[in-house]
Design a protein around this ligand. Structure first.
Ligand SMILES: [Zn+2]
Length: 114
């Protein structure tokens, strides 16, 4: 993809005030508004609204980035807790075995005593 194909500009439909991003080659051409269907001249606009929109988009992108990081952290924690659960299970099994051994020894001891 060349940079000319990627270059976009913002324009505004004067009838319904919809902001639309178009490829650079359509600049100052007559375009059909995707919202109201009317023809308007695609002049590049740099309104405050547009600047705000761009800022919002940047904020959203940052939030998305953060969410992705959180997801990765959650996955890491899940993995960690999974490993801990396995450990706990092994400990419980070991404890059970030791208790059984203890009972066995106690029984033998009682047998000797009686
Ligand atoms: Zn329109």
């Amino acid at each position: 993809m060349s940079s000319t194909q990627q270059a976009l500009f913002w324009t505004k439909c004067l009838f319904c005030i919809t902001y639309i991003e178009y490829p650079w080659i359509h600049k100052n051409c007559e375009l059909c508004c995707p919202t109201c269907g009317k023809l308007f001249n695609a002049e590049e606009c740099q309104d405050d609204v547009l600047i705000q929109m761009t800022e919002q988009e940047e904020k959203l992108a940052k939030l998305e980035q953060k969410l992705t990081e959180n997801d990765e952290e959650i996955l890491r924690l899940k993995d960690h807790s999974q490993k801990l659960l396995v450990k706990v299970k092994k400990f419980k099994e070991r404890k059970k075995k030791l208790e059984e051994e203890k009972e066995c020894v106690e029984k033998k001891f009682n047998d000797i005593l009686s």
